[in-house]
Design a protein around this ligand. Structure first.
Ligand SMILES: Nc1nc2c(c(=O)[nH]1)N[C@H]1C(S)=C(S)[C@@H](COP(=O)(O)OP(=O)(O)OC[C@H]3O[C@@H](n4cnc5c(N)ncnc54)[C@H](O)[C@@H]3O)O[C@H]1N2
Ligand code: MOO
Length: 395
């Protein structure tokens, strides 16, 4: 496993390495057992194992007649979902009217669909179906005890339905990590038009849904003045009862950017100290002794967005017990120059068999990201048409 051994190795790390460092640094939250209905989106803390065979019994897959032996058949009863046929063994030449989902009577060879059945004078005829036709046999989908999903799998809609099918009422999962956000910047206005020296806070509205998309639960979002720097220090202390603190702005080296100094004063363990990517270069991840993880996102809004996908997403995945996973890839049709030794992150849209860069991707401008299907991580030396990893912006 890749870890940040010391501050030198975590400075200006390659983009993919930064994601691995953030994921590997996360200590997953302890497992909790929750009702199925409360597990949506949470990652399994143990393998999901089939408690029973599926299907649990021989099941009719069509509305029609369960038939034994060769036709013609005499109808001797019916089988409905939840109300099985009451006989013990279906004899050759007998049939039972059956509904999709009902238990197939013992002795039945196949289910003859209504559309193929020819009713006669007290008997039924129809084609000679192969044995087992339209019957889903017990255990055909899975045997009892089989592993259906490994620990770490997020409980999406299908997994919840699968768990219910197997008889689960509860699941052992990892809780959603909590995040507190601190937005810095004396120039920020929170309503109305921007004006000379005043810009609208783009990150206050952007962060809550982004944190949710990346798998966190936002506790609080506060605005803090750039000066004195001690105000940010106090905000960090006040946010201590959380898993992750996200600070926006303050990642750079100017007089109003105090985050790095505050973290050093707090004896923080550095996990990522700047990433070789554009935008988002000054982003950081550190953990003050005994405190929450602290992620610094650049103030420039598009840079903050790309940095959140770089560090916050993998950190939250690790805290939730989810694997980092391999990013999907697609050919990037457009020529996108990346500075030497640096990954360039650009918004893209699907364009038939590949993705196309959208533009509108300067560090402070969110236009491309607002319209894009994904962010493409373009490695140095990329040539048009080569595949690139994608961070999906929409489900
Ligand atoms: N001497 C250097 N200066 C800068 C460097 C550097 O390496 N050396 N890096 C540049 C890069 S790259 C970035 S990105 C920024 C990061 O700056 P900070 O994270 O310290 O953020 P600020 O300086 O506070 O703000 C940068 C920019 O973003 C605007 N901003 C801040 N917060 C918000 C918000 N919530 N909504 C909208 N816009 C926001 C702010 O007004 C600035 O224009 O540093 C470069 N400088
Ligand atoms: O993070 Mo900065 O956006 O590279 O300008």
């Amino acid at each position: 496993m890749v870890t940040a051994a010391d501050q030198e190795t975590c400075r200006d790390v390659a983009w993919a390495t930064a994601r691995q460092f953030a994921h590997a640094a996360a200590e997953p939250a302890p497992p909790v057992r929750v009702a199925l209905g409360r597990a949506a989106g949470l990652a399994l803390a143990e393998d999901l194992v089939a408690a029973t065979p599926l299907p649990a019994f021989d099941t009719a897959a069509m509305d029609g007649f369960a038939v034994a032996g060769a036709g013609p058949w005499t109808i001797v009863g019916s089988a409905r979902p939840g109300r099985p046929w009451t006989g013990t063994q279906l004899e050759a030449g007998h049939a039972v009217e059956i509904s999709t989902g009902a238990v197939v009577p013992p002795g039945a060879r196949a289910v003859l669909p209504i559309e193929e059945a020819v009713p006669g004078d007290g008997v039924l005829t129809g084609p000679d179906l192969p044995s087992g036709k339209h019957i889903r046999y017990a255990g055909e989908d899975t045997a009892a005890g089989a592993r259906l999903a490994p620990a770490g799998t997020p409980a999406g809609p299908a997994l919840l339905g699968l768990a219910a099918s197997c008889g689960y009422d509860e699941l052992l999962v990892r809780r959603t990590p909590t995040v507190r956000a601190i937005v810095t910047g004396d120039e920020l206005a929170h309503q109305g038009l921007p004006g000379p020296g005043r810009i609208r806070d783009a990150l206050g509205p952007l962060l809550p849904p982004l944190i949710a998309d990346l798998g966190g639960r936002l506790d609080t979002l506060v605005h803090v003045s750039d000066q004195p720097v001690s105000a940010l220090g106090e905000a960090l202390e006040a946010a201590a009862g959380t898993d992750v603190i996200v600070v926006t702005g303050s990642t750079s080296v100017g007089v109003t950017d105090g985050l790095r100094r505050l973290l050093t004063e707090r004896d923080a363990r550095w996990i990522v100290d700047a990433v070789a990517c554009r935008p988002g270069h000054p982003q950081l991840l550190a953990r003050p002794r005994g405190g929450p993880y602290v992620i610094g996102l650049p103030g420039n809004p598009f840079a903050a967005l790309t940095a959140a996908y770089t560090l916050l997403g993998p950190l939250l995945a690790g805290l939730s017990g989810r694997a980092l996973g391999t990013l999907p890839q697609a050919p990037l049709i457009t020529q996108v120059p990346a500075p030497a030794g640096c990954t360039r992150i650009v918004p893209v849209v699907w364009d038939g068999s590949g993705v196309r860069a959208l533009g509108g991707d300067r560090p402070a401008f969110l236009n491309g990201a607002a319209l894009g299907d994904a962010l493409a991580a373009v490695p140095p030396g990329h040539e048009a048409g080569q595949p690139v990893p994608l961070l999906l912006l929409r489900g």
